[in-house]
Write a protein that binds this ligand. Structure first.
Ligand SMILES: [Zn+2]
Length: 240
């Protein structure tokens, strides 16, 4: 799945057909053989270089493969073989692909957002009360997106520049469908903290510099999937 998401993100970012053609080196275009496509190991054995042209292969590819493996194992361990696990895995897969495009190109493909909305509707159908599940998701998504959208529009007007990309808000709406409004609020706070931390680590905290918020949203969604309910119970327990 990690290799597939790398490939999907690369093709979306470069406008190539998603389902056509064999994997090839982005530098020299040489078609890759099976031994070049073993997740993690091919990159390690080739020391991050293309076998055919010697061009450097970004460590982002093996990193994404590792993150995907960890995401899948952790969600399966947390939810078992359930519909909730499937929902979480579909969501995280789309978020990893969106993050890879965002890191490379600075935008988020609408097709991933639409796929997330479609999967949410499909996976609500087997629920005991499908309409209630759809309504809960929609309310959860709007509960964070609408106030944020109002805030962003206000800040844009006051500062005279774009403060948050439209792609980030669309992505937030899509992933908001998968959580109730309380978890969405926690997710937004976690994403802001993670985004700030990432910006500091990457040295991109200059005011006005565009920052890819997609990876922060993806990491926050992963955190909320695994620990969100526990964190909420602990926090509310401080007051009640
Ligand atoms: Zn090459």
């Amino acid at each position: 799945m990690g290799s597939f998401l790398n490939c999907l993100a690369w093709r979306l970012a470069h406008g190539e057909a998603v389902s056509k053609g064999r994997s090839h080196c982005p530098a020299c275009g040489h078609t890759l053989a099976a031994r070049d496509l073993i997740p993690l190991f091919s990159w390690l054995l080739l020391r991050g270089r293309c076998r055919y042209c010697g061009g450097r292969i970004s460590p982002r590819y093996p990193a994404a493969e590792l993150v995907t493996a960890l995401a899948y194992v952790s969600v399966a361990a947390r939810y078992g073989l359930t519909l909730d696990a499937l929902r979480g895995l579909v969501l995280l897969s789309l978020l990893i692909a969106a993050s890879l495009v965002d890191l490379e190109e600075g935008w988020i493909p609408d097709r991933l957002v639409l796929a997330g909305i479609g999967a949410f509707v499909l996976l609500a159908l087997p629920d005991a009360a499908p309409l209630a599940a759809l309504g809960r998701g929609l309310f959860g998504a709007l509960a964070v997106t609408l106030p944020l959208l109002a805030l962003v529009l206000l800040a844009d007007r006051l500062l005279g520049r774009e403060t948050m990309g439209g792609g980030d808000i669309k992505l937030l709406f899509m992933l908001g469908l998968y959580f109730d409004w309380k978890l969405n609020l926690l997710l937004l706070i976690a994403a802001c903290l993670l985004g700030l931390g990432l910006a500091l680590i990457l040295g991109r905290a200059r005011p006005g510099a565009p920052f890819p918020f997609g990876p922060a949203l993806a990491a926050a969604a992963w955190f909320v999937l695994l620990a969100g309910r526990g964190v909420l119970d602990w926090y509310l327990g401080l007051f009640f």
